[in-house]
Ligand binder design. Sequence first.
Ligand code: C2E
Ligand code: CA
Ligand code: CA
Length: 937
Amino acid sequence: MNRLFAHPLFRRRRIVSRAALATSLAGFALTAALFGVARELEAESARVDFERRAAVRTAAVTRAFGEAVHDLRALNLLFVAGKGEVSRDAFDAFAQPLAAGNGYLVALEYQRFVDGAARAAFEAERARFWPGFAIRERTADGRLVVAPPRQRYLVNDYVVPIASNGSVFGYDLWSSLEERAYSQRAIDAGTPTASPLLRLVQGDGALRGMLVVMPVYRPGADLSSVAARRAAVLGQAAVVIDTGLLVGGSLHAAHLLAVDDFALTLYGRSSAGERVAVFHHPGAPPAQSGLERWLGEGPDAITTRFDVAGSQWEMRAVRLARGLDSQVGSLSILGYGCVLSLAVAFLVQQRSARTRRIESLVERRTADLALTAGALRLHQRAIESAANPILMVSATRPGYPIEYANPACERTLGYGPGELAGKPLAALARADSEEPGLEELRQALYECRKAHALVRQATRDGRELVSEVYIAPVNNAQGATEHFVVTTYDVTVAKRYEAELAHRARYDSLTGLANGALLLDRIERALATAGNAPVWLVALDIDHFKLVNDTLGRRIGDEALRAIAARVAASIRQADTAARTGGDNFMLVLVGYADERQAAARVQAVRDAIGEPLQIEEHTLVFGSSAGVAGYPADGRDPETLVKHAELAMYRTKQLGRNAVHFYAPHMNAHASDRLALEGALRGALREDQFELYFQPQVDLGSGRVVGTEALIRWRHPHFGTVRPERFIALAEETGLIVPIGAWVLHTACRQNVRWQRAGLGPLRIGVNLSARQFAEPDLVQTVRSVLDETGLQADSLEIELTESMMMADVESAIETMHCLKAMGVKLSIDDFGTGYSSLAYLKRFPVDVLKIDRSFVHDSVLSRDGAAMVDAIISLAHGLRMQVIAEGVETLEQLDYLRGCGCDEVQGHIYARPEPVQMVEPLLRQGRVEPSPVQA
Ligand code: C2E
Ligand code: CA
Ligand code: CA
């Protein structure tokens, strides 16, 4: 750093001052630190977003695999239902629609065990409709040849679609060690089992794929041990999957490949245990400038592992680039921070430059005057013709008598030629002035040093001047000070201008009263000096003043304000302050009135003055005024509070009919009092039986049937009317009242549902909202259990709605509570899904049955592609996690159709019914179904 300052740039002329440099460096350092923090936060949020998107994709893929396995189970069930034997026609009829509907299903097959002894009859039978049929096997180089005699074969007997799979008809899987291995595992376990990735017999061995097989056993056989299962096996149902197509197709269908800043690769395993990529979506990283590359993060990767029927899969997602728009925050900090640092450094620089200029001026003058007498003479004319007063005073004689004064001195100060010579320097100062500037000059004279100061001077005829005076000692050859040179700059005009500016900064330009800034100052000063005496703040508003502006115009309005202001100013005392705080709002600070009575009398005097008829041009105006008063210290101890309370009191005056004055009282504090009143009322609400439950039906999209309702609380208050939950749930939470209220809701909702069920309205389900506080109550599980016992409701008819945020506070204990509730048989749903943390990592761990899509997503689903993709993704994700999905807040047919297309299970919303009291929902429940009728916009 020192080396830097030693650089000629800084040393010779010090173009940049140290202070400015230090300021800018500190600014840059702070900016850099903030930038760093902001970037970390942004990177974190981008990472979470990336994780979420990767998880959505994994969920879509696992779901697709799940569906394939599901198809296999269905195929297998066909054999169970057929007692182990199913005709070729029946198999075809069942399998063909499956194959046609799912492009990734290369084949659906039944592979049958055939004994060596039965081979000839088996082949002869098949050859009747498939000439030349023989059991075949594959040679090392991949050709299919007739199999040599063996004890046992596992022959591909039924194959759909046969057109593209003719080559595998008759193929003996048992002949291949690879295929025998996983088939044997399936037989031993009795469950769907996947093969490793294979080169399929279909597609000339070029196609990579996977078989999932599930054994078919002899009906009624004992299957309790591995040996028993081996003895009972008849064959196996199999699906052959083109894994690349399955993965790509499912991602594409869910619009999950549309985003290109993402590379995806899916790996399976070959029989040798090697990782093999079956699907790759390269993505297309956006073209980036050098800056963007520098700012963006390097690729980020996530690998997720999952299992499909016993085979291991890996999904690897690589984020290719992070756009600049996710970094706007940190870049703005960087930009603004640098600009701000430079601006502040610039200001510092300006100030130090000015100080230096003045210093160097004095130095130069001193140097000038320290010239020899001859040189002095040379400069005489310059000094004489100078516009500013210049004096030479003796440093050695008492009183510093003036030895020389240039003509400008006399011009400026009004003395005749020669009149100043011999006078003491002090004669030029104002007789009455005791100024700090003067003291500084005296001190400098005494110490024989340079100085400068701002002082007030008087001219010969008594006019006041404001001058900047510079003093510099003039030394002789021996270094002793013999003279001082005194230079004076008349800055009166500049000072007056400054004062005017200062005035404008503190006074209202229209009326000349104090403005808000000065008012604050005056209040502070009044409070600081008040001691125990009261200070009164009066907010004053001219009634209906706006009418004047509106009907007579601004000019008359301004005129009227000026007149009113003058009356206000004239009717208060010197020590009081009147300010205009904007428009027709005035504020008074009154000091020295001992009590409310005295203060009120003064306010009345002001109001009376305002109320006198006012003549402006041809108009006679009469104004009423509304005032509010707050007193220090009773109504507040700081200016803000006092001003606020005075204004509240003034509003109260207006509410009560204007043209009066009111003193502040605590009940006027509208917000606080409202809240307090609400809280008081809430305490009594349960006792007074003011709560009621509304119920909103939930409809199954497939069947159109009402499957349950959600209970939504309403509060009917004799004064406040019906209060919606948004207004009081939060308050109930804060005060803890939510616990008894929540218990009441749970009990009432369950009891109502039992009544409906007993009345024969079907196996209705009831949804009950829990609040965070209730969910955290240690005896929640116990409460739920006893409510179920008391009301007789079956646990699985109760669905408890939780929100994500409730669970994130203490994830582990939330999961534990959820497991306890589940163990009881209660259903759990996640309410407002998508608006909370949506941590998918946790979602998998939460034992929930239902995901409830928040109505904001439903709303957006038909407005934008992003909105649509989001809903689609949430639904796939939920289904992938084996959860049901219900969408809430559905209002239009368009929304309904879209949700149906995405496979959403249930909906709730105004399109079917609004939340309504028991008597109103009952008819609907009795009908059992309801037609959509869209909400009118
Ligand atoms: P929520 O759990 O998300 O409840 C759904 C809200 O959406 C309800 O508002 C419902 O009236 C409204 N809604 C339903 N369909 C539509 C529609 O098609 N369009 C629109 N615009 N709105 C629809 P509500 O009844 O005002 O309840 C607000 C929130 O208050 C609830 O949000 C829930 O968080 C809370 N709440 C209600 N009852 C209880 C309760 O008993 N206990 C607790 N802890 N919270 C409750
Ligand atoms: Ca809810
Ligand atoms: Ca909700």
